[in-house]
Design a protein around this ligand. Sequence first.
Ligand SMILES: Nc1nc2c(ncn2[C@@H]2O[C@H](COP(=O)(O)OP(=O)(O)OP(=O)(O)O)[C@@H](O)[C@H]2O)c(=O)[nH]1
Ligand SMILES: [Mg+2]
Length: 233
Amino acid sequence: MGQLESQIQNEKMEQMACGDLGFLQTLKAQKLASSMKRWSKIFIRCFRALCCKGPPPARPEYDLVCIGLTGSGKTSLLSKLCSESPDSVVSTTGFSIKAVPFQNAILNVKELGGADNIRKYWSRYYQGSQGVIFVLDSASSEDDLETARNELHSALQHPQLCTLPFLILANHQDKPAARSVQEVKKYFELEPLARGKRWILQPCSLDDMEALKDSFSQLINLLEEKDHEAVRM
Ligand SMILES: Nc1nc2c(ncn2[C@@H]2O[C@H](COP(=O)(O)OP(=O)(O)OP(=O)(O)O)[C@@H](O)[C@H]2O)c(=O)[nH]1
Ligand SMILES: [Mg+2]
């Protein structure tokens, strides 16, 4: 065996060694790639679970109009329902709109100021309403109670409101002079006047939010019923 043969042998051994090394490198790369794939899958799954739940189902929205004499407590009650402090409430000049959130619906309530000089414009703001909230001060003077009764009767008979659900809130029940719900029902002649209409009469006060929320849930049920009827027609 000459010099040439031993040189060929060395080259063959080097080639074999290089081949093994290449094989090892490929194996390592494959392992790394599969482990990266596995971790990226886990990461995507965690990311989806944490961030990509998707938006919660949309709540239906209803447009309501809220009326009642000045001082009856419209803004205070609506502020409390929106978890705002009613302490800084001032009399509403014109109108104000609040989106009041409930678990199963959002009520966009347009409150119309109840002062004498604003009440004559109320009916201009009725269009598009799907329901009515009427707030009264159950402890007010006889004169004010009569004015409130006339305003409620006009609203119940107005062509743009007469077919809508009504929520009547007999507010200020915390005051000793407050009329009971039976007295209000009789005085406002609700049974004959609102016969065949959908209405709820709720005694309430600023301190009794449970009763207030309960009456709004009933109102939402009436609004939903009306929605379903409209779909059926
Ligand atoms: N004691 C008592 N006071 C209340 C009640 N509800 C409201 N008030 C008070 O009545 C006053 C008038 O309340 P508002 O909420 O401004 O009345 P409003 O109906 O919005 O009046 P306008 O915006 O002028 O039409 C405020 O000082 C309230 O704190 C209640 O249930 N009990
Ligand atoms: Mg107000």
